[in-house]
Design a protein around this ligand. Structure first.
Ligand code: CA
Ligand code: CA
Length: 587
């Protein structure tokens, strides 16, 4: 009898810990797949594996949002500030959020109290191209898993922050790093790599989430061998693209870029990972005539084997750094009484694409920015119709062989839209696209690949187009390609979007505001200044019958580092590093 009461006491204690909100996360595959519907937690990047960033919560809505107040703010502290591009996760009363320089914090969602901090203690030689940012963790079982700037995956005990396993994904001395949130699909942790500006070879890889053992590796440059591991044995699993260098001249595929730096989304309907790839290396396109597969593309990858099912290349033979990494979001729509299994993406190159997600076929494409110069449009297969006079000139054709002709290209290489995720509302059936209107002067220079060195062969200056705004939040109808409304912002937008069944769209601005808009009309319904620029992605969840909204604040990212004349225009914006949480007052 004593034994029984003892075990009951332990059970009661565990239940009490769970109620107090400080139990360790125990996240299952089902939790992740159902994340969008389960409003009491956020256990995937994108509020569901498809990345729609839509919540069915509606307590905070167009009527009530005016009363929303911050309830706590948590500082990431230290001297380590710079850009904070993270999306927090929430499970059982604990928030797991990453910060600059590969740090992770666990925070009590009720009080903002710190539970633990993990600091990856990076080596001196890391080579992040575009600030020391991180976009978030993955949760699985009792683990918090994230990627580091020295290209490792680290799995932490969710309760203590202590390392459970650690895995080197690639060599940071060659220019590799990890900035994206990993993705969990059926017990596998899926990661990509950054480093396209250093001539690395992009790849997607799957690891056993519980142990960190590698399961498959899929290079994203044509010609490289993929592998699968069975019973600990490494087995060849087919060359990406079938043959080496068919769409590349000579050996350039060996340092071809196509970095998978933004990770991806997962579509349970077709069991496909949708992973985007960055620019081909180097930027100077005259060195590599051909389509340069699979750069600047969206890939559908089988999560069980790492095989590429289909690809859609947004910018073949890219010459403008139009990385094709932006999220491809699965959604269904009705047309002529039929349900279309579609997916949409808004590319760096200024075009938004709607694809058939079962096979990658092009359904339609349309500009989501006011000006596009590099292409005259898209053909019936979605391939760009180039304007050859808008490609930066070949340096070897010039007088001194050092600098090719300068062209003005729109969008600038930072993109009509960059990494910052858009949202899709199941209520309005619109996409909310954070976009920027900017141009660049770009030219090419000779270059050669050298391990661990920048591999661009290009120079550039980004310039604003309009005096009074750069950023534009747009509501886009994927069925017609029409812009339904727009909200203009002085500074370039660099943070993610959230939409809710409360007919709201939330987004942060570099000026520091969390803003809330009417999803149907674009009317500004709410704003609050968080003290530093927002380049993170907001989330929402429910706890004890109340709806909460959280967003990370901390100005930085690629714009201040690469933005040329745009960076000068916004150099007054202050850095920071914190997470803010909001709710309605108790009625
Ligand atoms: Ca959920
Ligand atoms: Ca790039």
């Amino acid at each position: 009898m004593k034994k029984f009461s003892g075990s009951f006491a332990v059970t009661a204690l565990m239940a009490a810990m769970s109620v107090s909100g400080l139990s360790q996360a125990s996240v299952t595959d089902a939790d992740i797949m159902q994340d969008q519907k389960t409003v009491d937690d956020v256990v995937s990047y994108g509020l569901g594996p498809r990345g729609q960033r839509y919540s069915p919560l509606d307590m905070i809505n167009t009527d009530t949002v005016k009363d929303m107040r911050p309830v706590w703010s948590f500082s990431f502290g230290g001297e380590k500030q710079r850009g904070q591009e993270s999306q927090p996760m929430v499970k059982d009363g604990v928030m797991y959020v990453t910060a600059s320089y590969s740090r992770v914090f666990a925070v009590d969602t009720k009080t903002g109290d710190e539970l633990w901090e993990y600091n990856a203690r990076l080596p001196d030689g890391i080579m992040p191209c575009c600030d020391v940012i991180n976009r978030g963790v993955a949760l699985y079982d009792d683990l918090v898993i994230f990627g580091t700037l020295d290209a490792k995956l680290v799995a932490l005990n969710a309760k203590t922050g202590k390392v459970k396993w650690k895995k080197t994904i690639a060599d940071y001395k060659e220019g590799y790093s990890i900035t994206a949130a990993p993705m969990i699909v059926n017990g596998k942790v899926i990661t990509g790599v950054s480093g396209g500006e250093f001539g690395i070879v992009g790849k997607a890889e799957a690891y056993d989430a519980k142990t960190g053992k590698i399961l498959w590796s899929r290079p994203t440059v044509e010609g490289h061998m993929g592998y699968i591991w069975k019973d600990g044995k490494k087995i060849e699993n087919g060359i990406s693209g079938g043959k080496a260098g068919q769409t590349w001249p000579g050996d350039l595929w060996k340092s071809g870029g196509a970095a998978t730096w933004l990770g991806g989304t997962y579509d349970p309907d077709t069991n496909s990972l949708f992973i985007g790839t960055g620019n081909p290396a180097p930027w100077n396109s005259h060195m590599r005539p051909g389509d340069n597969l699979f750069s600047s593309s969206r890939l559908a990858i089988d999560p069980d084997t790492g095989k590429i099912k289909w690809h859609f290349q947004t910018t073949p033979h890219d010459g403008w750094d139009y990385d094709g990494v932006n999220e491809l979001i699965a959604f269904d729509y009705k047309e002529g009484g039929k349900t279309i299994k579609a997916a949409a993406t808004a590319d760096r190159n200024g075009f938004m694409y709607v694809l058939n997600r079962t096979n990658g076929d092009f359904i339609r494409g349309f500009p989501f920015v006011d000006e596009i110069t590099w292409a005259k449009g898209l053909d019936q297969n979605g391939r760009p119709v180039y304007d050859d006079t808008k490609r930066p000139g070949n340096p070897s054709a010039g007088e001194d062989g050092k600098k090719g002709s300068v062209v003005r290209a729109v969008p600038a290489f930072l993109g009509g839209k960059n990494w910052m995720p858009m949202a899709y509302s199941q209520q309005t059936e619109l996409f909310y696209v954070p976009s920027n209107e900017w141009a660049m002067d770009i030219w090419n220079e000779p270059t050669a690949y050298k391990k661990g060195a920048a591999y661009l062969g290009a120079g550039f200056t980004i310039k604003p187009i309009n005096d009074d705004y750069i950023g534009v939040l747009r509501a886009m109808d994927p069925k017609t390609g029409k812009e339904v409304w727009r909200y203009k912002n002085y500074s370039p937008l660099w943070g993610g979007v959230l939409t809710t069944a409360g007919n709201l769209v939330f987004m942060g601005t570099p000026e520091g505001y969390l803003k809330g808009f009417d999803a149907k009309t674009g009317e500004l319904k709410y704003q609050f200044n968080t003290g530093s620029g927002i380049v993170g992605s907001p989330i929402t969840w429910e706890q004890d019958g109340e709806q909460f909204i959280s967003v990370v604040s901390g100005w930085g990212g690629a714009v201040p580092l690469w933005g040329g004349e745009v960076a000068k225009r916004i150099k007054h914006l202050n850095q920071g590093g914190s997470v803010w949480t909001f709710k309605l007052p108790k009625s």
